[in-house]
Design a protein around this ligand. Sequence first.
Ligand SMILES: *Cc1c(COP(=O)(O)O)cnc(C)c1O
Length: 397
Amino acid sequence: MARPKPAGRPLWAEVDLDALAHNLRTIKERARGAQVMAVVKANAYGHGAVGVARALVEAGAEALAVVCTEEAQELRQAGVRAPILVMGPTPPEDAPLLVELEVATAVASWEMAQALAQAAAQRGRVHPVHIKVDTGLNRFGVPPREALALAQALRHVPSLRVEGLFTHFAAAEDGDKDFTLAQFREFMAVARQAPWIPLRHVANTATILDMPELALEMVRPGLGLYGCHPPGMTSSLPLRPILSLKARLMRVMELAPGQTVSYGRTWRAQRPSRIGLIPCGYADGLPRALSNRGWVLVRGRRVPIVGRVCMDMTMVDLTPIPEAQVGDEVVIIGRQGEEEMTVDEIASLCCTISYEILCGIGPRVPRVFLQAGMVRGVQRVQDAWEEAPIHQEESRH
Ligand SMILES: *Cc1c(COP(=O)(O)O)cnc(C)c1O
């Protein structure tokens, strides 16, 4: 299999698009053939939004979901033509851009609906909206008692098309399903009175895994597509991790007993030690909480992180692997030989959830997309510098 070796700093993330397609098929089967609106917010949970979105659409995802207008714009600018829903709250000032981009928009207020209606009417368009009902997450959405009135009002606005009705569960990963079912009943009470809305969607990954009977017309998986299970859930589907975070050893040094490693001198050699330097720090998504606690893989074996994780670099103890040398591949997340560092293990070492570890992979790390053993593309984050307009008046003083 062709191993990518991008030029520059030897640190990269590999995204396995075959595993991604497998996860999509697996989820679709569990959701009884419901349409899939694949959630690619937050740079596709850190994996690289454009590469992931394209592969998901090719593999059969009917639609994509993001949280904000900028995320939809990134996908459209990269040529993604599939239906996209912006599911988060958006400011009414975004309405003209949302209409230009032709991205369906979550609506939970008359004010936002009006802004979209006006922007669409001015451009001679009919803009798709999905009404978001807040059934108990108490985050974003219109309360159930107001949802029907909003739906009925929007139904008669000529420049809007009410395409969807949706809600989001607060505790779908809990063993106790009472609250989820209560939320579902509230949602369905609205949905039943608006049977003319074609797409109803409520199911995140946890719901698809545990309560596939709530799939309705469409499901909204995120985490499961990336091969992880929601916190506390046991593996009930054969999902495959799709991300590996890899580096190369950049230095191997010999330390004498008593010498210390990294800031604060929190690790001290007890014996003659061989310490390896990896070019990955907390700015790249290797949590500082793994200082003196985490592991990486070298030559198919686990080696401990020693000393504090720095912003850009981390040191590991290679003493038990005398054959390790500069240039060796280091796996920070993923498999190497028989060993594996999973996102779940790292998350639990850091007292957090897999979502946060994935989203934390930094913008400096190139994402390399692999398909059928070949490099399909590389995504680097390169924000263009925008010069602020110079105010002549002010600059004179
Ligand atoms: C993030 C998100 C999802 C996906 O949730 P997962 O647990 O990753 O499957 C679905 N719907 C909404 C509204 C979200 O914000």
